[in-house]
Design a protein around this ligand. Structure first.
Ligand code: AGP
Length: 616
């Protein structure tokens, strides 16, 4: 999934495009490029397309040689889906005449047949990408419409798939045409012109009043203003949303990396996600629920569907939904769920968890579940995202923009939101009294201060543990119950940011095979917080210690016994076991981040990954 940006106005376009692309780099960094309009001494406008493999910084040095006169252009940062990272496959893609250029985020599913058709009509392709067909389709349509937005609309009629695209045309200087279907597009007017981007963060410096373009809508950006039309070309007045994020949230706020900044934002995320969720009556207030209590009371099966870290939030939710509401709950990898024939009835609730709200497998699983008659509830961090739009109800995790590829604050926001959902189901099913809900809600709120305490008091202990792991070839994470659920997340975090191989196991499973991996010095990271199964975890740890493992234990403050078997102990405040996933996740996030820093990895943009995965 890529990032696109566009600007037309009175300022130097290349500077604005570069600044926007840097903010969008979390979406993909295989290549970057711009198309800038240039007017020659004869008054003729031409398009200069400049592209580079790799990060935006590389493109920036390329643009140092380009003069500043252009005031209109489009830009792109890529995460390769069709065609390997190369200059030829980098966006923008131009048409045969070179007078039209397009940048695109999404996937053109029928690009092969369109390509054959266009080739048969004499078009010459220079890349392996799906996107290039758009440039040639717009070129053909423009020959008939002589108006860029109309040409883009016509081209989109031929396309099957997802697109957030922007196009420029040398014959229509200063105009940018924009279209959207299933990929995010935001548009805004600033003091010096009109802006478009895949994400608010790329234009927040210029304006805080944006239009989130809807599927099937089009826009014409010009220096003097913006007009919007629907799929038939009729004018429309989309809603303007005011964004109250501060720039700092967009920048690192003084932290060495976004991952650490976002880990340290988690106390706020807990508080913000709980704001206004408990009515004075003790009733939980989830107004975006989209389902009546009567409908909820009929629910007899829950599936949590998600990918990666969001899937691990589901593992936590399973314990709570079954524990508090006594409803059977399955946690499913969306990529599997969509292709197996799960048992779904109208009294099935499918909870789709997705930070980005645009993960392809999760979206497809939602659509499949809806067709089969399930009620769908979304938990996402992105307002107006496809997951939100395609669910009956939604809870927004108030994590704000998460920039580091490794999800941290959104994970905590997801667990808090799923905990609220489990409490609500327990309340509706009459398993939890209002008094119990009030008490649980209060304790859930207390986790914000407990996270802050861990951030303030355990950084040194985590650092020592990281030093103990950083040179190991591999590591194991173990726990039981809630501890098992977050061990999977601990292992994923370490893998994805430090490239150190790590696996997680329910501690009781170790002796059925994985313990064979342990030799002297092998790091075992164990979640041994006080819980009904604490003694069981400790005895499993003793089996590992007996084989010479280096034990790093996450323990409850005041637990001195654990020091007898652990080489390193990271303490977290005493908390109800149901909420331990929230607090115990934080040291695991910090551990992964510190090991990655020690191993010289790019903490915020790990290799081979992207922030949201909009392809299968
Ligand atoms: C987690 O750190 C990764 N970024 C990845 O596993 C992520 O959780 C997964 O791709 C799901 O993304 P989503 O929550 O945006 O759907």
């Amino acid at each position: 999934m890529c990032g696109i940006v566009g600007y037309t106005g009175t300022d130097t376009a290349k500077d604005i495009l570069l600044a926007g692309l840097k903010r969008l780099e979390y979406r993909g960094y295989d290549s970057a490029g711009v198309a800038l309009e240039r007017t020659d001494p004869a008054g003729e406008t031409h398009l200069d397309v400049i592209r580079r493999v790799g990060k935006v910084a590389g493109l920036e040095s390329e643009l140092d040689h380009v003069d500043d006169e252009s005031t209109c252009g489009i830009g792109h940062t890529r995460w390769a889906t069709h065609g390997r990272p190369s200059v030829a496959n980098a966006h923008p893609h131009a048409c045969c005449g070179g007078n039209i250029a397009v940048v695109h985020n999404g996937i053109i599913e029928n690009f092969a047949e369109l390509r054959d058709e266009l080739t048969a009509r004499g078009h010459v392709f220079g890349s392996e990408t799906d996107t290039e067909v758009l440039a040639h389709l717009v070129e053909e349509a423009y020959a008939q419409t002589h108006e860029l937005v109309a040409a883009v609309r016509k081209a989109c009629e031929r396309v099957v798939g997802a697109y957030g695209l922007a196009a420029v045309c040398a014959d229509e200087p200063g105009v940018i045409a924009v279209a959207r279907k299933d990929s995010p597009i935001v548009i805004g007017r600033g003091e010096h012109g009109s802006y478009v981007a895949s994400d608010i963060i790329a234009l927040i410096d210029a304006t805080r009043d944006v239009v989130v373009l809807e599927d099937g809508q089009f826009a014409r950006l010009a220096p003097e203003g913006i007009t919007y039309t629907d799929a038939q070309g009729a004018p429309i007045e989309p809603e303007i949303t005011h964004i109250d994020w501060d720039i700092d949230m967009a920048e690192k706020g003084g932290y060495p990396d976004f991952m650490l900044k976002e880990i340290c934002e988690q106390p706020r995320v807990v508080r913000d996600t709980l704001v206004g969720r408990l009515a004075p009556s003790g009733e939980l207030d989830i107004d975006e629920l989209g389902l009546t209590f009567e409908e909820l009371d009929l629910i007899d099966r829950v599936y949590v569907i998600a990918c990666g870290t969001s899937y691990h939030a589901g593992l936590v939710a399973k314990n709570l939904i079954e524990g508090w509401a006594r409803i059977p709950c399955e946690v499913e990898a969306a990529s599997e769920f969509r292709y197996r024939n799960p048992i779904i009835t109208p009294s099935t609730l499918v909870v789709a968890v997705s930070q980005s709200g645009e993960t392809a497998d999760t979206l497809a699983a939602i659509r499949d579940a809806r067709i089969k008659g399930a009620k769908v509830f979304g938990i996402t961090n992105v307002v107006g995202s496809p997951v939100a739009r395609e669910s009956d109800g939604v809870i927004y995790t108030k994590a704000n923009k998460e920039i580091a590829v490794a999800s941290t604050k959104s994970f905590i926001g997801q667990i808090v939101s799923l905990t609220l959902l489990a409490m609500l189901l327990g309340q509706v099913k009459g398993k939890l009294t209002t008094g119990q809900v009030r008490m649980l809600f209060r304790e859930l709120g207390d986790t914000a201060a407990q996270i802050q305490y861990i951030l303030d008091s355990q950084r040194e202990a985590v650092h020592e543990a990281a030093l103990a792991c950083k040179d190991a070839p591999s590591a194991l994470f173990v726990g039981r119950g809630m501890g098992a659920a977050i061990s999977y997340e601990g292992a994923l975090k370490l893998k994805e940011v430090s490239y150190l191989h790590a696996e997680a196991y329910a501690a009781g499973e170790m002796k059925h095979g994985p313990i064979a991996l342990i030799d002297p010095g092998f790091p075992v990271i164990a979640v041994t917080t006080k819980s009904p199964v604490y003694d069981k975890v400790v005895s499993n740890l003793k089996e590992c210690e007996a084989r010479g493992a280096k034990i790093i234990a996450l323990a409850t403050e005041g637990d001195e016994d654990i020091k007898q078997i652990a080489d390193h102990v990271i303490y977290i405040p005493a908390v109800r076991d149901a909420f331990s996933a929230i607090t115990a996740s934080v040291p695991l996030q910090l551990l992964a981040r510190d090991v990655a820093v020690m191993r010289g990895c790019d903490v915020d943009q790990p290799r081979n990954l992207a922030k949201s995965v909009t392809v299968e």
